[in-house]
Design a protein around this ligand. Structure first.
Ligand SMILES: *[C@@H]1O[C@H](CO)[C@@H](O)[C@H](O)[C@H]1NC(C)=O
Ligand SMILES: *[C@@H]1O[C@H](CO)[C@@H](O)[C@H](O)[C@H]1NC(C)=O
Ligand SMILES: *[C@@H]1O[C@H](CO)[C@@H](O)[C@H](O)[C@H]1NC(C)=O
Ligand SMILES: *[C@@H]1O[C@H](CO)[C@@H](O)[C@H](O)[C@H]1NC(C)=O
Ligand SMILES: *[C@@H]1O[C@H](CO)[C@@H](O)[C@H](O)[C@H]1NC(C)=O
Length: 662
């Protein structure tokens, strides 16, 4: 039977300090191993993104990766080191699992005599217990070996010269928030943080999931002096020359890893150890072994596999595991399907003890632009306005991005406007929505540090919360999608009918957002889409033109939504329509700013003087004229579109951008 374990040694941060003499310490941080000088053997491979893959696929594999530069441990009375690393044990779907991963300190990098499987690639049947081997290891072991007195198939152990751990415990950590021990499934595929601290005579080992900090209590704490036969210190010192240096107490303060940044920014720090330290050859080794074990994992990990890259670690807490989304949406089941938006399919999800969420699955072809997009997603955190759909988290998989936002119980505005089965929104409700969205756009354009453009304002991107307030969603989606590299749709960003004519030549800016908002106002007041190519009466096909025609005829209200009945204030409807025409002026300079729009809508400022004959008013220039593109974007029922911020300057190039012709 073929069997294996896909083991990723996913290091986003590795920190080791060894204080060994009075004056020098050796420390380094690797955020990904691209910069590290490693000696690899066996199945160990350094992937282009800096990930170190220690074993993969086939049976009885072992792979070692050692830091080439020897780290000296001298005989000073206060020998200390501390390390913090992140790893992941990722089972391969359809295969049985392997054994595990160890952090190793060894005087030699030659492990040709070592055996895989339960010997973890560092021991063999005859080296067991030989103090001369000077092997110190911390193991994350996912197999229970009874002859090594193991009590659990998911444990962390301290090994000194022998695979029989001197100390071990089921993998868990003490959670401060929950005030209890929380167990960790080592083989769940998620990154796990490991800390190994040795100070003086006490060795502590802690593990925690990526989102947690260092646990306040170590999982394992080993007072090495009490066990004469297998002292860590003796093991570390091995055959070293005794140097007799004193380590100052002040230096030891450095070893408090809690004072170090938990996820340091990428930097490759290599302090040169002094000659004195190099002399005693103790190599620091990182070892991993993946091997065939007994029928272990029922591997369904690939199903939950996510893509993580080193640049994402700063967004760590904004990520969601695919598994939790999968569970929240009950496996993206049909009954949770909320609708299909311009760029993806949206599902409802329920997280335990949380408000319901909406999960949008956006597929993408390339990784290009993904980093920027995710950065923008994350920057949504800083965008807070009651008329924006808050984006909660994201999750990235191969070829797919999942955006998690609050669930909006009343779905999107377009269904209320255009779907005859939905109850008609009253005029006052519509006005509240328009004012809300105007204020959200004003906020995006001016209220935050950078100008944030929405780029795709339309009824289907406006969600309605429980109180029927409008909430703008789907930020920057259109722009994001150009990075997918779909050349066939590369024209301009936005949706036909809402795109300002200058968009093609000048690019998106706050005034193109104002244009789209103008179309949106007309859409809400008239209860119809901006372009209806199949409309029988040709003069009604283009909403902007039609409203202007009605105004010219002196019967502006003729264009209003017939479903409004009689319950509206004519002045208000006329104000909205005129403002819509003002915003859709084909001369960009003649459009108001969002600030002015807010003032006009709230009647804090009278509309400027203009008529349906004013230059630029009421002329609709379809941005894309071929028939296929004139289909207006449509979305279906009840969903909340996760939104994404698009923070950019005023003049990004549109020729890179796709047309939403869904
Ligand atoms: C890695 O080793 C090479 C040669 O052994 C050396 O030139 C280089 O500077 C080392 N890189 C680091 C980051 O230490
Ligand atoms: C075990 O490893 C030692 C060296 O560490 C080697 O001398 C010995 O031959 C090995 N034994 C077996 C059975 O492979
Ligand atoms: C948590 O685990 C530690 C170490 O395994 C143990 O000493 C402690 O008693 C546990 N605490 C609780 C509250 O279970
Ligand atoms: C760890 O997770 C895997 C898959 O989720 C499961 O098959 C396995 O039983 C779990 N192990 C433990 C010890 O809970
Ligand atoms: C090890 O853990 C103990 C108990 O929590 C703590 O008092 C001690 O400072 C820790 N030592 C190191 C080196 O982290």
């Amino acid at each position: 039977m073929s069997s294996g374990l896909l083991l990723f040694w996913l290091i986003s941060s590795f920190h080791l300090i060894s204080v060994s003499t009075s004056s020098k310490d050796t420390s380094f941080v690797f955020n990904g191993f691209g910069q590290a000088n490693l000696s690899l053997d066996g199945s160990a491979t350094l992937l282009p993104n800096g990930l170190l893959q220690l074993a993969k696929d086939s049976q009885h594999q072992m792979g070692h990766a050692f830091i080439k530069k020897p780290i000296g441990f001298s005989s000073s009375t206060l020998l200390s080191f501390t390390t913090h690393f992140v790893c992941a044990l990722v089972p391969k779907p359809g295969f049985e699992g392997g054994h595990g991963i160890t952090f190793l300190i060894s005087p030699s990098v030659d492990f040709t005599q070592a055996q895989p499987t339960r010997y973890l690639g560092i021991f063999n049947a005859s080296t067991n217990g030989f103090t001369s081997s000077h092997l110190f290891a911390v193991e994350l072991d996912t197999v229970r070996n009874l002859d090594f007195h193991e009590t659990n198939n998911n444990h962390v152990g301290i090994d000194v010269n022998s695979p029989i751990s001197v100390e071990s415990a089921p993998a868990s950590y003490f959670s401060i928030t929950e005030q209890k021990n929380v167990s960790i499934n080592l083989s769940c595929g998620d990154p796990i943080q490991v800390w190994v601290d040795y100070e003086g005579t006490v060795l502590n080992v802690s593990v925690a999931p990526l989102e947690a900090g260092k646990p306040s209590r170590p999982l394992l704490s080993r007072p090495s002096i009490s066990q004469k036969c297998c002292q860590v210190e003796d093991c570390l010192l091995g055959s070293l020359q005794r140097q007799g240096h004193h380590t100052s107490r002040e230096l030891l303060q450095l070893l408090d890893i809690s004072k170090l940044p938990r996820m340091p920014q990428p930097r490759a720090e290599h302090k040169k150890p002094s000659a004195l330290i190099i002399a005693p050859l103790v190599a620091l080794a990182i070892i991993v072994v993946a091997v065939l074990a007994g029928g272990f994992y029922h591997m369904k990990k690939k199903k939950y596999a996510v893509v993580r890259e080193p640049w994402e670690k700063e967004f760590g807490t904004r990520r969601f595991s695919y598994k939790s989304l999968y569970i929240a949406t009950k496996g993206f089941r049909k009954d949770g399907f909320l609708g299909r938006g311009g760029f993806g399919v949206v599902y409802r999800g329920d997280l335990p003890q949380n408000k319901p969420i909406a999960v949008k699955r956006v597929s993408h072809d390339g990784e290009q632009g993904m980093k920027q997009f995710v950065a923008e997603v994350v920057s949504m955190r800083s965008l807070k306005h009651r008329n924006l759909v808050p984006l909660l988290r994201y999750c990235r998989r191969k070829g797919e991005l999942l955006l998690v936002s609050e669930y909006m119980p009343n779905g999107s505005l377009d269904q209320h406007l255009f779907d005859d089965r939905s109850p008609v929104l009253s005029w006052s409700q519509r006005l509240v929505i328009l004012k809300g969205i105007a204020s959200a756009l004003f906020y995006l354009h001016t209220g935050v540090e950078q100008v944030v453009l929405h780029r795709d304002i339309k009824a289907s991107n406006v969600m309605l919360d429980a109180e029927l307030n409008g909430r703008l969603g789907d930020f920057g989606m259109a722009r994001f999608h150009d990075h997918g590299g779909n050349a066939a749709t590369t024209a301009a960003v936005g949706t036909v009918g809402y795109m300002a004519p200058e968009l093609i030549t000048m690019g998106a800016s706050t005034v193109t957002d104002v244009y789209a908002f103008g179309v949106f106002m007309l859409e809400v007041a008239c209860g119809r889409k901006p372009v209806e190519p199949r409309m029988m009466q040709a003069e009604k096909r283009y909403l902007i033109k039609w409203v202007c025609e009605c105004w010219k005829k002196g019967s502006l209200l003729e264009a209003k939504d017939p479903r409004l009945g009689g319950e509206f204030l004519p002045e208000e409807v006329e104000l909205v329509m005129k403002l819509g025409l003002l915003c859709t002026n084909i001369v960009p300079e003649s459009r108001p700013t969002m600030e002015q729009v807010v003032l006009y809508l709230n009647e804090n400022l009278p509309l400027p003087d203009f008529s349906p004959y004013t230059l630029g008013i009421g002329s609709f220039t379809p941005v894309v004229v071929d028939a296929v593109s004139l289909t207006v974007s449509c979305t279906s029922r009840n969903w909340s579109a996760p939104s994404v911020s698009s923070s950019s300057g005023n003049n990004s190039k549109d020729d890179e951008q796709p047309l939403d012709i869904s």
